[in-house]
Design a protein around this ligand. Structure first.
Ligand code: HEC
Length: 251
């Protein structure tokens, strides 16, 4: 009986601690950089929104996001109308894309997915790394490849900002002991409009915006959560004294 219970406990421990770790480990085959997210930084979010609307909405939609919601990050309705409404008529419209997904699939071989919750499915760190990992590869139809997304169908749409990166290889032994070449890092071959540090900053803004867009009520929820916890704590004190008062005569 005792051993039975022990093995049950072991199985439970395995389930909770070891298994999720292995699943995680298999996903972590590529190293990703940490994305410096700060959804309280409205200026960063606004710069990110501009980049997103200028460079991403031509192919990707954000169908669960309305332009008018950008007022939450400090933009006025007039600013949204004058500077950001290229692909829509009214601030109340969602961020849809004019290209049809069938058409896009025919052009790129893969449909560009909706990006509203991309940082929730891929993780902000992955997206931050992905947008900084494009490199020139003439064997690809678009002329571009990506370190964290091999044979990606998306071209490097930010290359005028980043410039062109080329891979630097190193030798590595595979499981059978044979030498093979793997990408060690990327090196800037042709500078773009931004320095590498400025480009990292721009991508950080963009990913910050994508992260906020995936959960625009994050800040509000946190706020409400704190109020609820505070209310419950205060109410517990009231309940305690109320109980004392009610039971006073019984004891
Ligand atoms: C020219 C069209 C085009 C533009 C512009 C574009 N993308 Fe893409 N994107 C694609 C296509 C096509 C794919 C699908 C790639 C694949 O599956 O191989 C993709 C895939 C992605 C993915 C990976 C999605 C996943 O989980 O598989 C991310 C993230 C992404 N794009 C972000 C962006 C961002 C951010 C911008 C703006 C800076 C942008 N894209 C601009 C065409 C585009």
């Amino acid at each position: 009986m005792k051993t039975n219970r022990m093995s049950f406990v072991k199985a439970l421990l395995l389930l909770f601690f070891v298994l999720p770790g292995t699943a995680f480990a298999s996903e972590e085959s590529v190293k990703v950089d940490h994305a410096p997210i700060n959804i309280n930084d409205n200026e960063s979010l606004q710069r990110g929104a501009r980049l997103f609307i200028n460079y991403c909405l031509t192919c990707h939609s954000a169908n669960y996001m309305r332009y008018s919601r950008l007022e939450d990050i400090g933009l006025t309705e007039a600013e949204i109308k004058d500077n950001l409404l290229f692909a829509a008529d009214k601030p109340g419209d969602t961020m849809h894309v004019s290209m049809e997904s069938k058409q896009a699939k025919a052009w790129f071989g893969a449909p560009p997915p909706d990006l509203t919750v991309i940082t929730r499915s891929r993780g902000a760190d992955w997206v931050y790394t992905y947008l900084r990992s494009f490199y020139r590869d003439d064997s690809r139809p678009t002329g571009w490849n990506n370190v964290v997304f091999d044979k990606v169908a998306m071209p490097h749409v930010l290359h005028e900002l980043q410039g062109e990166m080329l891979p630097v290889y190193r030798n590595e032994k595979d499981e059978e002991g044979k030498d093979r070449q793997v990408i060690d890092h990327l090196a800037l071959a042709k500078p773009g409009k931004m320095t590498p540090a400025e480009y990292d900053g721009a991508v950080a803004d963009l990913v910050n915006y994508l992260y906020w867009m995936g959960e625009p009520s994050h800040g509000l929820r946190l706020h409400i959560g704190l109020i609820v916890v505070f209310f419950l704590a205060a109410f517990a004190v009231v309940a305690f004294y109320l109980k004392k008062e009610f039971w006073k005569d019984v004891h």
